[in-house]
Ligand binder design. Structure first.
Ligand code: CMP
Length: 140
């Protein structure tokens, strides 16, 4: 059964470029409720662990370096059909292919520096959410 939560990160490029407020506003306007949120900076070790599923891919080292290059905003979002609806809101991984008006179309600069992360399944949303948040940090 589909759950109603997804996990997101506003990545170091979007943070550096001053887009936290605009991205959170777009997320809220699309009907998502923030049930957990933190401003944090991942170590290379933590970033590598988070993206371990991509280990061995040609972009893995670059991804780990980038994701540990500056602070991020991590959040758990709640909405009906959260995973699929959030992926629609953020657009394709590659900003060149992201639909107009999506968060990546507006704020991403490349496939690597693509402004936001969104979980790709309910199972990963739960894994990724608990990677960043303890149960006591989630308020629904
Ligand atoms: P994200 O949705 O966070 O999940 C994996 C990330 O790997 C992806 O966004 C991109 O930022 C990054 N990445 C870098 N290069 C590539 C690539 N060639 N294909 C897919 N993902 C890539």
């Amino acid at each position: 059964m589909a759950t109603n939560r997804t996990f997101t990160m506003i990545k170091p490029d979007a943070v550096k470029n001053g887009h936290i407020g605009a991205i959170l506003a777009q997320i809220n306007e699309a009907g998502f409720r923030i049930v957990a949120m933190k401003y944090t900076w991942l170590s290379a070790e933590k970033a590598g662990e988070f993206y371990a599923v991509h280990k061995g891919r040609p972009f893995y080292d670059e991804l780990v370096t980038f994701m540990s290059s500056g602070p991020i905003v991590a959040a758990i979002l709640e909405k009906e059909n959260a995973v699929a609806d959030f992926r629609t809101l953020i657009g394709a991984t590659n900003p060149d292919e992201a639909a107009e008006g999506t968060i990546r179309a507006k704020y991403a600069t490349s496939i690597g520096e693509n402004a936001v992360h969104g979980s790709d399944s309910d199972e990963n949303a739960a894994i990724e959410g608990s990677f960043h948040f303890a149960g006591t940090e989630i308020f629904s």
